[in-house]
Design a protein around this ligand. Structure first.
Ligand SMILES: NC(=O)c1ccc[n+]([C@@H]2O[C@H](COP(=O)([O-])OP(=O)(O)OC[C@H]3O[C@@H](n4cnc5c(N)ncnc54)[C@H](OP(=O)(O)O)[C@@H]3O)[C@@H](O)[C@H]2O)c1
Length: 408
């Protein structure tokens, strides 16, 4: 709920204080933290969010082993308080994170602080969410419709999320992953209904092939339905597949990206730190490929100096690859969170970006590998494709491409 209007203004015993024009239309104070430099969520969603989103998968103590860390309820609230006090208003959770504990923690925290409407709250449906430990789900009950993208799964998951989050609306509801079963018309019609009902404000999609999202958005626009405004997926300096089709699809569909795993899921650290903290998912040692990635990040971090960490360089790299990027940052330590917020001011030079690209070049595969990348991404917008180069020669100008805006 928005803060209640003060009744004292109606029944005032003393005259109101003098009021000048400048008092009413006072400009907002300059942001005191990088996190308060709010940005539009996406080219097709005007809600304003902090430049990083707090990943709530680490809030709770049910997935301790898998996450290589935990935050109990009290610690999670401190973590959330730190983020909020620094200006953070964007939180990402899901129906099943920490066996539902994550949504419960966020819901109780928002209610206790009375700040639900300050927060731009994202959650997800698709994954099976009811208590997976309860024997009844394997022995007595039928769980088949509590998973997937069909209408029944959406209804149950959304109703449960609203209860756990102690709210009557979700700002951004994601399809968590593509189930290869529900048709695009069914999905988009059902999602439009939850938006029309007021239970959901915006739609997002995660871990789904580009062709599905492009087709779903086309269907939505053709039927005057809401489209997906954000794509959430695994994207970092070590895993760049989203550059192949997903980012170009977002650029052409008015969508932003919310990358997860941007810190390499905790692996962007010097080897000695990794040995101390341990790796997620039970891995015992750093892979050779990851070591190469970390070495390149470390070289740039050292060049920048100060307290720059590998993780900071990784975050800056991803933010500079596409202008509408909202990293979802995971973690359990306030110290890391604080340093990540400060690192929002870090901008890598063109030389540093080129150095990182050279150290871990990305293979676009076919057709881009053969016909060249979008010239709007290249220096001088000069096409790589011999076929497009023919156009330049015949017109004696460039091929007419205008550079994409640089990420800020
Ligand atoms: N859509 C999906 O399928 C999907 C899948 C996975 C995750 N997600 C979302 O994305 C969020 C983040 O995912 P993630 O946790 O897997 O990836 P991540 O953000 O890449 O990794 C988080 C890890 O990075 C470490 N870290 C953070 N800041 C650091 C720093 N400054 N220096 C060194 N290490 C640092 C953290 O360590 P400490 O714990 O020590 O701070 C934590 O272990 C999740 O919370 C969730 O909301 C979505």
């Amino acid at each position: 709920m928005p803060p209640p209007a003060s009744t004292s203004i109606l029944h005032r015993s003393s005259p109101p204080p003098p009021c000048r024009m400048g008092d009413i239309f006072k400009p907002a104070p300059k942001p005191d933290s990088e996190l308060r430099k709010y940005r539009l969520l996406s080219p097709s969603a005007g809600v304003r969010v902090s430049p990083i989103c707090l990943g709530a998968m680490s809030l709770g103590d049910q997935w301790t082993k898998f996450m290589a860390g935990k935050l109990d309820v009290k610690e999670a609230e401190e973590y959330l308080d730190y983020f909020y006090k620094a200006g953070g208003n964007f939180i990402d959770t899901a129906n099943n994170y920490q066996d539902e504990q994550s949504e419960m923690i966020v819901g109780e925290w928002m209610e206790k602080r009375g700040i639900r409407d300050d927060i731009v709250l994202a959650t997800k449906f698709t994954t099976f969410f009811p208590n997976r430990h309860a024997q009844q789900w394997t022995e007595k009950r039928i769980g088949v419709n509590y998973v997937g993208n069909a209408k029944k799964s959406l209804k149950h998951s959304l109703e449960a999320s609203l209860k756990k989050l102690r709210t009557d609306y979700i700002d951004l509801l994601y399809v968590h992953w593509w189930d290869h079963s529900t048709s695009i018309p069914e999905l988009m019609q059902n999602l439009a209904e939850v938006v029309r009902s007021g239970n959901v404000l915006y739609l997002g999609v995660s871990d789904t092939p580009a062709w599905v999202v492009a087709q779903a958005n086309e269907y939505a626009r053709a039927h005057a339905l809401p489209q997906f405004v954000v794509f959430q997926g695994l994207y970092n300096y070590a895993v760049r597949d989203m550059e192949r089709d997903i980012i170009p699809m977002c650029r052409n569909n008015g969508m932003s990206i919310a990358p997860w795993g941007i810190m390499g899921q905790g692996q962007f650290k010097p080897a000695e730190d990794l040995a101390k903290k341990g790796l997620r998912g039970g891995a015992t040692e750093q892979s050779a490929a990851n070591k190469k990635i970390c070495d390149a990040l470390e070289e740039v971090a050292k060049e920048i100096g100060g307290n720059t960490k590998l993780a900071h360089v990784g975050m800056a790299w991803a933010r500079q690859m596409y202008s509408a990027t909202f990293p979802i940052l995971g973690g359990t330590s306030i110290e890391h969170l604080q340093s990540n917020i400060n690192a929002l001011s870090l901008t890598l030079t063109d030389e540093q970006m080129a150095k990182l690209d050279k150290a871990a070049p990305f293979d676009h595969g076919f057709p881009t590998g053969l016909f060249g990348v979008d010239p709007r991404l290249l220096p001088e917008q000069s096409p790589q494709s011999p076929l497009l180069l023919q156009v330049c020669i015949s017109t004696w100008h460039g091929a007419g491409h205008v550079k994409y805006p640089k990420a800020v």
